[in-house]
Design a protein around this ligand. Sequence first.
Ligand code: C2E
Ligand code: MG
Ligand code: MG
Length: 599
Amino acid sequence: MLLARRHEDSEAASPQGGRADAVLRLKQVYRAIASQAPLECTLGEIARLAREESDARLAVVFVLRGEELETVAAGGELPQWLKPPARIPAAAAPWWALRGRMAEMGSGAGWAPYAGLAGGARYCWSDRLCTAAGELAGCLTLFAQRPFDEDRLREALAELAELAALAIEQANLLDELRYRAEHDGVTGLWNRQQLEERIAGLRERGGAAGAALVLVSLEGAKRVREILGEETGDALLRSAAGRLMRLPEADFAARLSGDELAVLASGGDPQQIGQHLLRMLDEPFLLDGHEIHARPAVGVAAAEADEEIRHWLRRARAATAAARARRNGGRCVVFDATLRLEALERLELERRLRGAAARGELVLHYQPQVRLADGRTVGYEALMRWRSPEVGMVSPGAFIPVAEETGLIVELGRWALEEACRQARQWELRGLPARVGVNVSALQMADAGFVDEVARALEATAVAPQLIELEITESAVMENLGQTAERMRKLRRLGVQFALDDFGTGSSSLAYLKELPVERIKVDRSFLRELEQGRAPLLESIIRMAHGLGLSVIVEGVETEQQLAALRAMGADEVQGFLTGRPMPAEDAEARRAAEGRD
Ligand code: C2E
Ligand code: MG
Ligand code: MG
């Protein structure tokens, strides 16, 4: 804290200095940044400090938004036309060219509108704000009546500029995370959670009657990805999303997953809406000089009274599946009685899944987690697999959602926890102790008996608790922050650790992380997409800020050497992905550790 030290010195020299409160205020700025106070407040305090330090008439912090400078905070009186949130093209702001230097206003071109600013300011000092990642973030600008001693103030202003850059960087990161939490990264459409919230809102206002949920699956997209690459596949989705939004009946459009898009339409005949959308998406797309057919399958489900959202979605999905199954004609299906029968089959899956743990049909596979510093396997994530006697090996993607919907996950999760503890203990006894991550669903966290369950599993297996890491997703935490935090603290006291899973896909906020006893964040693999375009400022910021909070960072889904090298350069602590090892049976995981040698 340069500014602080300078003041302390000067106070020692002259006790009547009386500016000790600058030190305090600077501390407050640090605290405001750490607690993610609103950006205007933090920058306002910085501007006021800069003004007082320099004795300038006016200090302004401008934030760079694209090519424009936005006034966000000021110390001193701003003219009306410069008041927040005024925007000026950076190229037209004469101080933007100043880099930590003073200029006499009115001398060069462009200054005319600013002459006489704030009671006759004649001098302007400005410096650009630069984030730690090297991105331009804005500028700190002072307007003064007299030139001030630049040398004397250099360090203090540099510190204030650095703080302002940090505050802006953090605010940008939070905005970006919030946007990502609500939108789909490829198409910019809303995500599934937002769609569900929208439906819930509609219901509350009594406006759901007569609404239809239209679900589109782009059958052609998979082939496009295989033949023309991921990029073109994404471009197809984006173009399709664009057409979707032009559907006159569409109130809300979202991407649910993969090549599945959804529209919420209110009013109109469901069959007609579906047909209309089908026609729009059936027109070929022109991408990279290729004429591409998206082969849409459209399913529509009209709202039914008193129906749960997930059931409505389920019916729309069943209709889409039926549309997909029709090779010729149709390809738009409205949910009806026949489909209701098929939905019963899903109930059958549920029936079989019930008791799967007791019948010994479940297994855990273990995916290595590798420390970047030395390439050693330091842990494993336990991932569930279901060996169904009727259908063979089923992956979690197929049965976890059903288990979540039906509450069966509590039973499955209990089994996974006990099995993971047993396995971790076995490895410990063999002299190859490894941390084992166990996924915990939101429903388990919400269960009052969960803490006792964990305590029992630890006791029954005698495993060292610090070897067990519970993975919970951000969205699970946010569902009931108060209660979850309390439960997490109790569990932490038992000695187990916590990792925040799929970080960046939920309602991401770094602020609540401080409240939670979390050791590690597991950054979702969607962030690796950025890396393919070269730089990844978002990922870099996450890593830096997580480290700032004392958290370790593991990045999931690493598939290429290139991604690995970039993550190492960014300072990630660990990786987990197909490159360093797929999920494998316990024996293979053990052999791998044995081959690496003991610690
Ligand atoms: P997760 O906890 O985020 O687990 C990581 C998933 O990413 C695993 O999928 C893993 O196989 C996959 N993965 C790892 N590296 C790569 C990679 O490099 N590329 C790609 N494309 N994928 C990679 P898996 O095993 O299919 O599990 C899916 C999800 O099912 C898990 O996501 C987790 O949310 C859930 N799940 C699995 N086991 C359990 C469990 O015991 N309890 C609960 N509640 N959920 C579980
Ligand atoms: Mg996980
Ligand atoms: Mg994950």
